[in-house]
Each structure stands twice: as structure tokens, then as C-alpha cells.
Design a protein around this ligand. Sequence first.
Ligand code: FES
Ligand SMILES: [Fe+2]
Length: 356
Amino acid sequence: MFEAAWSVFGGVADRLEQARALPGAAYVDPEVFAGEVRQVMHAGWAPVARVSDLAKPGDYRSVDLAGAPLVAVHDASGTIQVLSRACRHRGMPVVEGSGNAKAFTCPYHLWRYGLDGRLAAAPAMDGSEVFDRADCALPKVATELWGGWVFANVDGRAPPLAPRLAPLAERLAAVDPASLVSAGFLEFDSPWNWKLMVENFLESYHHIGPHAQTLQLTNPGLGTYESLGSEAFTVLENPPVDDSQAPFSVAAAFPLTLMSFVEDGSRTGVWYEMDRIRADGFLLRIHLLAPPDVARDGAFAEGMKGLVNAVHLEDIAACAGAQSGMASPLYEPGPLSRLEAPLWRFHRHLRACFGN
Ligand code: FES
Ligand SMILES: [Fe+2]
């Protein structure tokens, strides 16, 4: 049974031929969003860093995973772990951004934590009868490494990720995502619901519209198809228009991991990271991924940034436009095309998260 607000997912069809878009309320109702935070984003595995960005002891990277401030850190013992970065005193994030540190000192009242989260020092707490240093560690968050990402599961109850993604790992074996490193990123404020970003990423039907002068010329939308899919992931193939162009794949590990790879042996790609997700928007970082020798070549990053930026500007108009229709009382969810099979997979994932 669905609680009232979540009934928006109850109508997700069992078959693609019956599938429709989600109701508008799924994109505008704060109660739906609160349910998603708890049952989808904090209940699943979300990428919080690339392993290659945490190469040395002390390297850290902060994110906000749908309202949970976290830090991924390579600790002194050589282990990569994810900690809550909400101070155990009064909640201030103890660190922001990324870098290398020996300890995390909360900027509010200077409580100092080791890289393993243990509280090392707290000024002027000697009179407190309820203060116990050992009780004030930053909570450790369930962590798994897959495909070169550090994944976190906030509620600690998700089943292991790798077994569910085994067919995806096999499909991407030639790309070997774990061997790729960051070659730079672009950042965009994105004032639309996070699911619209996932959906936009996962279909190339719209190459014929917003990307008519870019991707449609190289990888025509009507030739795309889903090659693999389950309630945990999907892969969309984008064949080239002819031999002078490269195929690319688009894949997602639900709910939040969005990746795309050029499939011509060059092993370059992108990771769309959704940070600071709120009901009405998020911060999008589009990371460029490449083999280490290619990533070191600044010309590659500059060329790729230009392309990615041009395509994303076209997607911004699409996502912002779709969001503007979702609040209308006159919007009724339309039927999905066969070209949108990955959206139907995503919707089935959401439906499963709400227990049906
Ligand atoms: S909130 Fe962190 S030291 Fe007070
Ligand atoms: Fe697009």
C-alpha cells in the first residue's frame, strides 16, 4: 500500500508498452520529495567521490547527499570511508569542499576530529556531565567502491551494490570505468526536480528536438535503444550516424549515478553528479572522465568542456521547460515511447523503493 503522496508511483506499469510519464505531483509535491529522500536517495547507494580524487592519506571530498552533509576521506590507515560531517556538537559541517587535511576542525567551536571521525579535542567541555569524547565520533556511513566511485548508503540498510550491477560491469568492461580519472568539471545551478535530470539523461529520443544541431547529427535519436536493464540499472546505446562518428553509451545505476562513455576505444566519458538535491533543484557537476594520460592533456579537457557545455545548454532549456509544465492542473502524464525504456526502468526502481 502506498501512503497518499507516494501513490504517484503506484501507477508505474509492469510493461513498457503500458508505460506513461509520472504525474506532475511527482515533480512538485514536497511530501513526495520527503519520501524520496528517505526511501530512495538515503536508502540506496549514491556516488560521493571518485576514488582517484582520494589518492593520498588525508585527501577528502565533501558533498551534500540530499540533505545529509558527508565527507569521503582517505584516512591515515589507508582506508577510504565516508563520514557524516555534521558536527556532533551543534551540527555545523566540520569541513567543506575538497583538499587534504590531517584533521577536521569544526569552524564553529573548534571541536577537532581525526580523519577516522573520532573526536580528538573539544575546548571547555570539562564541566559537562554528559560529555564523553568517545561518544562524539562523526558517524561512519556505509561505503562501497564500484567502477572507480566511492558510494555511500546513508541509512546503512541497502544490500551490497556490486552484485546488482554485475551485468553493467560486464557491459562496461572494455571502458573499465575504474581506471578513469577526473579531467575537470563544469557546474550548473539546476532549478528543476532531480528526476527530470535523470530522465533527460536517460533518453536520446530528444536528440531530434533540443540537440537537432549537435548530437542528432552524430548519433540520431531514433536509432537509440536500451541494451540492458533491471530495477537497479539501465544502458542506452547511441549508434553513430556513420563510420566517421563514434557510438556512445548512456547508463545509470539507480537512483543517482549517471554516466556516459564514448564507445570507440578512447575510453572517455562523463559523470553527471547531482549535489545538494532539494525538492526544487540541485547543483549539477558534469565531470569529464578519461584515462590518466589523456586527462593530463589539457587540450582534451578544454575541447570536451566546450562540447559538453553546448549540449548541456540545450538540455537546460528542456529540463526547465518540462518542470514548468509539471505544476499545471492541466498536465496529464503522457505515454512513453519505446525509445524511453530507461525512464520506465527508473520509474520501476522508484515504485520498488516505495514497496510495490
Ligand atoms: S558546532 Fe561544531 S564545535 Fe560547535
Ligand atoms: Fe540531452
